[in-house]
Design a binder for this molecule. Structure first.
Ligand SMILES: [Zn+2]
Length: 281
């Protein structure tokens, strides 16, 4: 029969037309619009049809937040450990290795000093591409050291979060990072240094429940998902319909959890303005 004698489809070679299409076009996850990638860069990775904010990789974040070539990384060698020898469908050690090869970074938190329109800051980024930007002991240690760096050098602190929350593979070790980072932020406050927290889509779980919501000023990008537990879990627990826009940055702003919603192209100028106010200028 002709049906059974059909040859198997050849394996997709690298750079097959399908791959090339993926490299050239992006599909908006919210409205399905197909956008030419080159155009996407020009519009700051925001869908022109529905306003969806595509997730940014680390290099793009640097471009939006800091002056060109001003970022100087500190503590790049602190990497994730596996204190519980944890295995789920894959050993945690393997997951770490995969994340390192995917991102060329040793943890989900990258930090250093940089300039924002000429102002020196201590700045760190949780990188969603590395295990969902989750908070493990390496990330917590780097955040704590970044805060120490800010205190020693009398710099304002900025943390840009994008995270699924505490890293379950490290269990209590990751939960302890919530207390550790919060305690360090209290030290920063004692020194009278400002902390601005920036919430990108998504910022959830233990990260929202600790340092991400402890900014002297919390700013979020439009339509970002920011919350602790997932909406479905909350709905099932309280057995009530949740209001429209629940856990979106606009909803949080209306309810006093977020101080400002800022478009991507305005991140740097807004931070510059805030830093000017808090510095008493
Ligand atoms: Zn869209």
């Amino acid at each position: 029969m002709g049906w059974f004698s059909r040859k198997n489809k050849p394996n997709k070679a690298k750079n097959s037309p399908v791959d090339i299409k993926k490299e050239v076009w992006s599909k908006c996850p919210q409205c399905g619009e197909i956008i030419w990638k080159k155009n996407l860069i020009e519009v700051d990775y925001v869908c022109t049809s529905c306003g969806y904010h595509f997730r940014l990789n680390f290099a793009e974040k640097l471009r939006f937040f800091t002056d060109e070539n001003s970022f100087s990384e500190i503590f790049p060698d602190i990497s994730c450990l596996d204190p519980l020898d944890f295995k789920d469908s894959l050993p945690y050690k393997k997951r770490i290795q995969k994340a390192i090869s995917k991102t060329s970074q040793k943890s989900a938190f990258i930090c250093g000093s940089a300039l924002i329109n000429g102002i020196s800051v201590a700045i760190g980024f949780l990188n969603f591409e590395f295990m969902g930007g989750s908070l493990g002991s390496a990330e917590g240690e780097k955040i704590a050291r970044l805060i120490e760096h800010a205190i020693e050098n009398k710099l304002p602190l900025i943390i840009v979060s994008s995270s699924g929350g505490a890293r379950m593979q490290e269990s209590i070790y990751s939960l302890m990072q919530m207390a550790k980072t919060s305690a360090m932020l209290a030290q920063l406050e004692k020194e009278g240094l400002p902390y601005i927290s920036v919430l990108l889509d998504p910022t959830t779980g233990g990260v929202t429940a600790s340092f991400a919501m402890l900014g002297d000023i919390n700013i979020a990008e439009p339509n970002a998902l920011v919350g602790f537990a997932g909406a479905r879990v909350i709905q099932q627990t309280i057995k009530q319909e949740l209001p429209e826009g629940f856990q979106k940055s606009e909803f949080l702003m209306e309810h006093g959890m977020v101080d400002a919603i800022v478009k991507r192209k305005d991140f740097k100028d807004t931070l510059f303005k805030i830093l000017g106010y808090v510095d008493g200028n």
